[in-house]
Design a protein around this ligand. Structure first.
Ligand SMILES: Cc1cc2nc3c(=O)[nH]c(=O)nc-3n(C[C@H](O)[C@H](O)[C@H](O)COP(=O)(O)OP(=O)(O)OC[C@H]3O[C@@H](n4cnc5c(N)ncnc54)[C@H](O)[C@@H]3O)c2cc1C
Length: 427
């Protein structure tokens, strides 16, 4: 019998817990340590921030649904990990022994790296968490009564660019619906070297397509930008050339702004000696296992991934939903193999598949594998992506309510697109 503890009840952690239960059966106790009692479907946060969703529609009671599958749930967060003793200490003072630990704790949001940014004491909104998106909605409701300029973007060191584009386009769509778009100059500020880079070095013709979408929506942009500070009602961004030399300072007035921060690893994980890189992301080998602590695996945003390429202003590589599920499946199959006394040599594909909604249309990015040169790389824009993204939301929430990790029709559709979770040649 192996005791398995999963840290984080987000996209990766919930999927991991269900998949462990499904794959290993009930012989091995699985418990999840979350921070708070709700699972949030993070990809829907941009819709929440414009009032197109309510928190109830995109969150669910993690403990109840995990409990239905006999998975124990602790909602007080991991406060400390003692990797040598193989124990997790929770915020409520519980001590959980583990034989395997799966870390799926997502990002810590590094707003402090840009003075004046972020919703807690800063001047910009965020869609990174559901409570942040809820606060952004409150601010947006006020904004539409007295509109003015909007600044949206992703700062230096950011890795998750899709939601910044998505939110800019969704705002544009919402403002057009309200017939007040003509009163709202919009600027997109990004550390990417060009529009459509996405932290992936571009995906097919993402540059041309995304520039065209921005032009059609009258959204101006500044690339290679470092945000120096945010003052009340003003973003100060320094534009750089492709050698990383400062070109000019832009002082951008705003009445509403959302800037995605750089990410780091969460404190309890970052504090474990030798587990993480300097930014607190868990170092893993190709089997998703910590080289220093073989009983620890990690999946999701908390994993250390090198940037896809060096950019004049630092950017990171995004970790998207399907890639995270590929990491999860890799871990579960490796634990299963090890428990059966077989080599734990499964490897994930880490394919990047992302659907970015644009309000009434959308953009799909497919990069197989994530690092160039790639076997498959394309971006497509169309109304079908908007429909597919709504489907993805409904479907993922269905999976989280019902405790299934990969129903057969998902396998079929992804298979048709040539998208697999595990590398070929494995049983
Ligand atoms: C706004 C936004 C939109 C996105 N949209 C898409 C999209 O459309 N498609 C796509 O493929 N990807 C998207 N992504 C990227 C990615 O899929 C998500 O970020 C996804 O939620 C990451 O999953 P995760 O499990 O790594 O982290 P999360 O889902 O963030 O889960 C981490 C969990 O760990 C918890 N936690 C933190 N600290 C502790 C602790 N000490 N102890 C226990 N628990 C802890 C957190 O509360 C959280 O619940 C988006 C990301 C963002 C920010």
């Amino acid at each position: 019998m192996a005791r398995i503890v999963v840290l984080g009840a987000g996209l990766g952690g919930m999927a991991a817990a269900y998949e462990l239960r499904e794959t290993l059966g009930k012989a091995h106790p699985v418990s999840v340590v979350g921070l708070g009692d709700r699972f949030s479907f993070t990809p829907s946060n941009p819709w929440l921030a414009v009032g197109w969703r309510t928190p109830e529609q995109i969150t669910l009671d993690a403990g109840k649904h995990l409990g239905d599958k006999d998975i124990a749930f602790h909602d007080s967060g991991a406060q400390r990990i003692d990797a040598d003793a193989r124990q997790v200490h929770t915020g409520a003072g519980e001590v959980l022994d583990y034989d395997y630990l799966l870390i799926c704790t997502g990002p810590k949001l590094a707003f402090e790296e840009v003075p004046g940014s972020g919703p807690d004491g800063g001047h910009t909104q965020s869609v990174c968490t559901t409570p942040h998106a809820q606060r952004a909605w409150t601010a947006y409701e006020e904004f539409v009564k007295n509109p003015g300029p909007i600044v949206i973007g992703a700062v230096q060191g950011a890795s998750c660019f899709g939601p910044a584009y998505e939110f800019a386009m969704i705002l544009d769509a919402d403002l057009r619906k309200r017939r007040i778009r003509d009163q709202v100059p919009m600027t997109f500020v990004t550390s990417e070297p060009y529009i459509g880079h996405m932290g992936l070095g571009g995906v097919g013709d993402s540059k041309g397509l995304m520039e065209s979408e921005m032009r059609q929506r009258h959204i101006k942009w500044i690339t290679n930008a470092k945000v120096r500070e945010v003052r009340p009602g003003e973003v100060v961004a320094i534009e750089h050339d492709d050698q990383g030399q400062a070109l000019r300072e832009h002082v951008l007035p705003f009445k509403f702004s959302m800037l995605l921060p750089a990410f780091k690893g969460v404190d309890a994980v970052a504090a474990v000696e030798g587990l993480c890189n300097p930014r607190g992301f868990v170092i893993v080998d190709k089997h998703q296992r910590s080289p220093k602590y073989p009983r620890i695996f990690a999946a999701g945003v908390c994993v250390a991934i090198p940037p896809v390429e060096v950019t004049p202003i630092p950017t990171g590589a995004p970790k998207t939903g399907f890639m995270i599920e590929s990491m999860v499946t890799t871990i579960v199959r490796n634990i299963q193999a090890e428990l059966a006394g077989k080599p734990a040599d499964f490897e994930g594909t880490w394919n990047a598949v992302c659907l970015a909604d644009m309000g009434d249309t959308g953009a799909a990015f497919v990069a197989l594998p994530q690092f160039p040169p790639r076997n498959v790389t394309w971006t497509k824009v169309g109304k079908w992506v908007h429909v597919a993204k709504v489907g993805f939301e409904k479907y993922f929430l269905y999976k989280m309510r019902n405790g299934t990790s990969e129903p057969i029709y998902e396998k079929h559709i992804m298979g048709l697109l040539g998208i697999e979770r595990l590398k070929k040649g494995k049983p």
